[in-house]
Design a protein around this ligand. Sequence first.
Ligand code: APR
Ligand code: PHB
Length: 404
Amino acid sequence: MSNTKTMKTRKTQVVIIGAGPSGLLLGQLLAKQGIENIILERVSGEYVLGRIRAGVLEQGFANLVREAGVAHNMDTKGEVHEGVEIAFNDERIKVNLKELTGGDTVVIYGQVDITRDLMEARSAAGLESVYEVSNTQPHDVTGEHPYVTYEKDGKTFKIECDYIAGCDGFHGVSRQTIPKEKRVEYEKVYPFGWLGLLSETPPVNDELIYCKSDRGFALASLRSQVLSRYYLQVPLSDTVEDWSDEAFWEELKKRLPKSAAEKLITGPSIEKSIVPLRSFICEPLQYGKLFLVGDAGHIVPPTGAKGLNLAASDVAALYEILTKVYKENNTECIAQYSEICLRRIWNGVRFSWWMTNMLHDFQTTKSAFDTRIATSEARYYLSSEAGKKVIAEQYAGLPYEKVK
Ligand code: APR
Ligand code: PHB
């Protein structure tokens, strides 16, 4: 490491590591409060926008995007969904989110679209993002003068700051900055993956259908009325090359309820990928002047559509705390960050684990007894108004906890 004294040094109030949805949304909100921030991103903007991710937005997330002043496209192009379906083979059960929660709905709008809207808003506001940096490193996070170094075009830079927001995802540098002996990590890896396919075809149903079929899990989702997103549970040993489009569509038809399969319009895939499923939480989420936000601190299986939404509630808490720090000179509230976020994260992790456990075929990795229990549990919850309410209030999103 070259001598930090000879580096090009700048100052800001908050350095945000990562220009995914967490970093961009936080940056936009802080700027709204006049809190200076610089975003450092490892890859190019185009690369960030090439990632296909879920797009089921809880009201809390949608409200944050509106507060950030970046909601025009979401509110005009996104679809408001009042319900979601869960199917047991050919039996389809509607979970009416709006009715069961007294009004809550979700917005269907792709994460890549939200990310693009945030990127464009940041650029239009003249806020600084540095893409394609390398060797980003937080320093002195427990001291009085934290700073971040990074490399770009062969030069090393230093940014002095007050706080560092680690929005750098599961594989980022921030979580590793917390000494191993200071953090506890909880993890569960699931014995299967999701094979996802994106196609420019009309969706098979107006609302999402989570399918528990004898052949394994499937999900019928969408991005718009002309862009569909489908998933199949596949063994971890499968690769995308094992699945031609034809093989995908054939298997999906067998896992969708018949009344939906009959309506399925197939077409060429414009994206196909396999993601592994994991639950992960790091405690604590704050270490000195460093805060872990979103995937940097936690990961959920996509079954509950909580990944982006848990990132949003972390952003909401950190935004509220940093606003109190700078506007009210209240640094006491910093200590609440981890607790507030972790209460909501553990609930989201549990819901995502529960939905995954109930709807997937664990085959020999689960005893025959446990398999029957999972099916019985799913049937009970979906045959009871109280059970459906439990699912609805968590799927639509529990309220955010306010900073005291
Ligand atoms: N330096 C700079 N940037 C980094 C570094 C680093 N050392 N490491 C990672 N990054 C960048 C990644 O390139 C990525 O663009 O941080 C960003 C993290 O973005 P995400 O992984 O999307 O995480 P987050 O913004 O928290 O969004 C969570 O993304 O993965 C999905 O399901 C997840 O929907 C959820 C959402
Ligand atoms: C998606 O549309 O990609 C999606 C929707 C809901 C989920 C997971 C993924 O639970």
